[in-house]
Design a protein around this ligand. Sequence first.
Ligand SMILES: NC(=O)c1ccc[n+]([C@@H]2O[C@H](COP(=O)([O-])OP(=O)(O)OC[C@H]3O[C@@H](n4cnc5c(N)ncnc54)[C@H](O)[C@@H]3O)[C@@H](O)[C@H]2O)c1
Length: 326
Amino acid sequence: MSRPTHTTTTVLVTGAAGFVGTHLVDLLLTSGKTVIALDILWTGSSTIIDRFQNNDQFTFVEHDVVQPLPAHLPTVDEIYHLACPASPIQFTKHPRRILETCYMGTNHVLQFALERTAKVLIASSSEVYGNPQVYPLSESYFGNVNPFGPRSCYDEGKRVAEALAYAYRQENRIPIRIARIFNAYGPGMSPTDGRIISNFMVAALRGEPLIVYGDGHASRSFQFISDCVRGLKLLMESDVDGPVNIGNNQESTVKEIATLVTDLVAVRTGRPRVEIQFQPEREDDPVRRVPDARRAKELLGWEPKVGLAEGLARTFAMYEEWYNST
Ligand SMILES: NC(=O)c1ccc[n+]([C@@H]2O[C@H](COP(=O)([O-])OP(=O)(O)OC[C@H]3O[C@@H](n4cnc5c(N)ncnc54)[C@H](O)[C@@H]3O)[C@@H](O)[C@H]2O)c1
């Protein structure tokens, strides 16, 4: 593999072929960075290669972070470590592999950062707070996580990733950024990944009922993907040490989100609104999750710009295209 010239910042993005990674790579390339995109193409898609292959600042490396990072990788300035499935479907199918990715993968990335003196941003998650008992969620809350349950592989995996980052920072003085990402959505989210907005969009387009688990009063705070990746880049380029919530504090109940989607799809397709059906709530599903985003605002000057209604409309266009092509 050719070694990128070191005149611009060279950035390694692990998990680059996934939903967040693809948008982040796009933003970094647009900002003039040289990007090495690394992924095993598990939940991500090879479309990233087609999309950027003509950009000479882009290189793709197929690699599993559970194995040490390839020695032939060039020196990099920054590493965004995103590699890890984020879809709950994978939590039940491949819990051991997710834990290996979180622990061994993060360890290999930090080891590589140490050898190459690179700055690292760890994509952590609001899931480190588990099923929280305080609202809104500030970075100082330690969480309420079930270590022995269906979401443990991911929740505890993200917690151990943060603990590893802390250990490397203490022992080796690696510059670390921790982004606790709250639910992101937008174009590029796989229609089959089982996350709430993709499930709702796909069901509504197919004319099927939207399934809400519980009574619909559970809440979520969704951020549009362009806001999310802008926040990650600002955090990486800052000198902020310690975890920062990257999330939109506009809170909506799951029922409100389902209603917004049914209305949007009915208006855009001219078809009748689909029904919303309620099913028993799922084990360990958080009841409420809203970030305290003050730290990001005060330290990074970051605030979300895209509201839910606008973001859903922008997301719908991609789902409609996908639906019409299937
Ligand atoms: N999307 C969200 O709302 C959200 C919220 C909180 C945290 N995050 C975190 O952000 C990161 C990206 O999330 P996403 O939504 O893009 O998920 P995604 O599943 O779409 O992308 C993850 C990518 O990582 C790759 N990957 C997984 N295991 C790997 C391994 N062992 N080696 C190399 N590549 C591997 C996958 O193939 C995929 O391309 C994840 O770490 C996730 O935990 C995302």
